[in-house]
Structures are given as C-alpha cells and as structure tokens.
Design a protein around this ligand. Sequence first.
Ligand code: SAM
Length: 301
Amino acid sequence: MTQNKKDIATPTRTNQILKKYGLSMKKSLGQNFLVEPNILTKMVAAGEIDYETAVIEIGPGIGALTERLAREAKKVVAFEVDERLRPILKHELADYDQVEIIFQDILQANISEVIAEHFEPEDRIVVAANLPYYITTPIIMNFIESQLPIDTYVMMMQKEVAERMTARPGSKEYGSLTIAIDYYTKAEIAFIVPKTVFVPQPKVDSAVLKLTRRDEPKVQVDNEKLFFSLTRASFQQRRKTFWNNLQSHFGKAEEVKEALRTVLETVGIDGSRRAETLSIEEFAALANEINRNEVLTGTHE
Ligand code: SAM
C-alpha cells in the first residue's frame, strides 16, 4: 500500500509527479489539480462515501481524488479524456485493484453500460468529481436528465455556478439552470473551496455542490420539453417583464397575446412580474396550461 507515501493531493507529491512525468497542465482541459487532502475528506463525508458505495469519478487528473476514493469506496470507475495521464494513473494508483480508469470524454461515455459492467445491483452509486470547469453544466445536465440509478453527486465547480444551481427565487442567481437542477434533484452547497488549494491556482473560488436525486421530479409537468423551453425563454432578457419575454418567445400576434393573457389569468400569474420571482410550481402550472392551449402549442417550437 502507499500509506507511507504522502497523498497525491499534497503540494509535495503533486510536484514530484508532475516533474517525474514531465507533465504540463492543459488549461483547455480545465486542469487544476487539488493539493489539499482536507478537501477530499470533506468531499467523501458530503457524499457519504463508504465501502458500500460505487463511485463514478469524472476527470481524475493525476489521481488526487481517485486515490482517496480508492481507499474509502467499494469500487471506483473514473473517466479521463487526457491520454497523457495514462502512465501516471497506471503507476501511481497501481496498488488499488478496485480502480478502473476509462480514457474517454465523459460526454461521450455510455454510463449505463459502465454501471452494468462494473457495479453490483445493490451498490449505492455516487458521482464524485473535481469537474473540468469549461463543461460543468453539460456534464451535470447529461447525468441528471438521464434515468441512471445515481443516488448522489458530490462535485467541485466554480463557486458562482454552484450558487446559480442552488439559488432561491427572487435572487439574481436564480434562473432556468436553477429550475432544471431543482426539478430533478435536491441541491445544496456542501462547502466553499478557496482557490489556493489548486495547482495551478484558478482565478475564482470553488464550491462543492451536493445533488441528491429525487424519486420523482419536484413538480408534475405534462410536457417537459415545453416546460424547459418556457423556463429558458422566460429568463432570456432578465430586465424585461415576464410578459415581454413570453411575447418574444411565442409571438406578438393578437391571437397569441389573447391566449397568453388567458393562461396567465387561469394560473393567477401577473405578467408584469419578472421571471426571477416565479417559483418552480408557478412555472409548472403555467407550462401545463400552455400545453393545453392550442393557439400556444401551435406556435411553440
Ligand atoms: N481530479 C483531479 C484533481 O482533483 O486534482 C483533476 C481535476 S481537473 C479540475 C479536471 C480533470 O478533468 C482533468 O484531469 C481533465 O483532463 C479532465 N477532463 C477534462 N475534460 C474532460 C472530459 N470531457 N471527460 C473526462 N475528463 C475530462
């Protein structure tokens, strides 16, 4: 075992590894490596990761989080897009049989196949990551929109993105992303991470976001495509009223305006409000009403 060695997530060992393999970090791949083991302890605790947990890791880098997961979890399957890391991960994590590294873009991966192949039906599945920040949102949306049996996500990202994902109605961070996250999961910021714990140091602080999958979406929606396109359109121009954004989306023909007035009245929403004041329940009620209105469904793309 590597217990006598320092953790990979320390400045000393990380620098040794970088030097030994002559690795230069690629900014384009969001490569900021974690060099503070306490952060890993807190991530493992936030995700309640133990010997009954099977973990999918995104972007192991040189193995900072992977090494810790290997010690704490039953099984770890990690996806890494950068082939240059193959010899490093192979060698530095050689002691851990329960770690599998797949060299593939996470956005191209067939996760359900991986789950079937590597995990047991009774495993509690957790996704853990210090995410590549340039694709945080697509990665998360791909996962949570799927029907994958993932219980919890514990993921490091830019603090500002975590704040948007957990925002409350009425705040300037609240938007269509908040609603999409809230629809599928319970979201909370587990803790804030200062930028000083990474090599190289990024420009902004980070946060670890914890998402817990809901058994059922938070609100009952008859047409999800319509619901999500409505929420996106509603926040298109944040300074304008909800009514203005609705008209830009559905059109300004008299017939359309009349239909919009009717649905707003039916669900009791005042069009002079701003979208950021609307709750997910109000968006759902409105989307369901629009879905029942032939004039509006005819115009909605
Ligand atoms: N887990 C390591 C740590 O905490 O030190 C590295 C985290 S670093 C912020 C993000 C990692 O994601 C990098 O290793 C990068 O190569 C990898 N990555 C970037 N894009 C990826 C993608 N599309 N699929 C899988 N991994 C990716």
